[in-house]
Design a protein around this ligand. Sequence first.
Ligand SMILES: [Zn+2]
Length: 293
Amino acid sequence: MNRHLLLDQPLIIDRGSERRELVDTTHAHAVVVRDGAVLAIDGDVVELPPSERPAHGLEIYLGRDGEHELVAVVPDGPLDIGGPGARMTPLRELLGMFAARGADGARDRELATTAVAISAWHASHPRCALCGSATEPRMGGWVRRCPTDQRDHYPRTDPAVIVAITDGEDRMLMAHASHWSANRFSHLAGYVEPGESLEQAAHREVAEESGLVLHDLTYAGSQPWPFPASVMVGFRARVDDPAFVLDDDEISEAMWVSRAELDARVADGTLVLAPPGSIARRLLEEWYGSTLP
Ligand SMILES: [Zn+2]
């Protein structure tokens, strides 16, 4: 197995889904999350003991880690907690810091990603989609129930595909999406639509955005990506004909790069890579053969 790719390991935290309804969280330790950011000190997620937990806010049961129950708390009030150096750190920033810690960052990555994903779902789904009533958290925060029609609403995860594409000379396609910051280049990607497989979504998205015809599509790995509610499913693929026709609305520029060309463009700043800790970065590094600076 390639060492750069994949979160191919069991969950570290026992989510204890069978305990969600009845678990006593009085003595749980708390991860603090709000607006896509998590309380951390220099990239280490803060786990507040019961005596320091925010008194008011939405609580979501994260599971058990050894002796401790763990919850995520979305505090109602101000955030003057966690001690010196503690700050609400955006998950995108944390993912890079976790990646730099290697295997040591895996537990914090799992906690922070889950806390951001589930809290973002609560924030964006306050009402019943069927009747409009305000829904209420149940089952440790993993369900919202409508008090009017008693329907349960579950957290959603929207799959998206990302494809690392190489040509006959083993060059990598690097594309710039219209809405990205200057010089940022990465792989083509897009959401899976109802009624198609992940593979079909990969073929369709690449065809729509570039006109390229893929073959040898293989699964590479996946990554939860709660911006706002996705799991990114990574593929590798090849093309025989490297000539592309861009959909200018979505992709404003693309190029094929060799490893040497990638080095040169990164060095002179004309190509800014996807951040460390992203599946896009790992797909690129798998092809490149080592980590990139
Ligand atoms: Zn309802």
